[in-house]
Design a binder for this molecule. Structure first.
Ligand code: SAM
Length: 251
């Protein structure tokens, strides 16, 4: 079957890494799992063996039909649709483990769709481009997406997978990440839209002093509990909450 580059169809074929992903996902016999983009079903097979049930979402009908037939007798349901457009209440992410070797071009959108859904899922195990994983990770320099993500969850890298393990081979390395939701900053969730606005202002020039962004937001004269000569990429999420509170008070 001809694979579609536009749908990010780089299939993981290395059985060592397929097994390692399943082990890292901590799926148990009582778990309900959701798989985003099962493709030809290499991970699907292993998830079905190890879980209570599986719901998959696959945009390419050639694969969704094939898997529907193959697992007709299992506790398996597949939606032939676009994960970014579907109504997530249909699959109810609550308490589920969500797994996927994500299409590279829309990995960020998929991750934020899950985080912004408001569902308290158990955790996500996603394979994404290493470079993107580094932008999400909170132990690196802060970025707009790492701070945005921290509002909802902890994110940790598990291990890397080299291009040779895929068919066709991508040009880049991949990293498996684990996303675990938390309620640490729940009171800020309702302010999410303004928070994004604040982050866009702060990270417009991440290498400049945060003071220059504060000037743009008309907040340069305010007192902050952090050094305004630092760069946005050196700040922590609580510093951005401080900016958010003052920014809001001026709206
Ligand atoms: N799970 C398989 C594996 O690990 O080998 C395939 C992973 S491949 C990187 C990504 C899969 O996501 C493809 O099967 C592709 O058709 C599917 N896909 C791409 N865009 C999608 C979307 N918007 N919604 C659902 N599935 C999508």
């Amino acid at each position: 079957m001809k694979l579609k580059k536009s749908l990010g169809q780089n299939f993981l074929t290395d059985s060592f890494f397929l097994e390692k992903i399943i082990q890292s996902s901590q799926i148990q016999k009582f778990d309900e799992v959701i798989e985003i983009g099962p493709g030809d079903g290499a991970l699907t097979e292993l998830i079905i063996k190890n879980s209570k049930s599986l719901i998959a979402i696959e945009i390419d009908q050639r694969f969704s039909k094939k898997l529907e037939k193959k697992y007709a007798n299992a506790d398996f349901k597949i939606h032939n649709t676009d994960f970014l457009k579907m109504n997530l209440s249909e699959i109810n992410l609550e308490n589920k483990i969500i797994l996927g070797n994500l299409p590279y071009n829309i990995s960020s959108q998929i991750i934020f769709r899950v985080l912004e859904s408001g569902f308290k899922f158990k955790h996500c195990i996603f394979l994404i481009q290493k470079e993107l994983a580094n932008k999400f990770l909170t132990n690196q320099k802060a970025s707009k997406i790492s701070i945005q993500c921290q509002l909802f969850c902890d994110i940790e890298p598990l291990f890397d997978i080299p291009p040779d393990s895929f068919e066709p081979k991508p040009k880049v390395n991949s990293t498996l990440i684990k996303i675990t939701p938390h309620d640490n900053y729940k009171k800020f969730h309702k302010k999410y839209e303004v928070f994004q606005e604040v982050l866009s202002i702060c990270f417009a020039s991440p290498r400049k002093k945060i003071l220059s962004a504060l000037k743009k937001a008309d907040l340069a004269g305010e007192k902050f509990g952090f050094d305004v000569n630092k760069r946005a990429e050196e700040l922590e999420i609580t510093n951005f909450f401080e900016i958010l509170n003052l920014y809001e008070s001026k709206l």
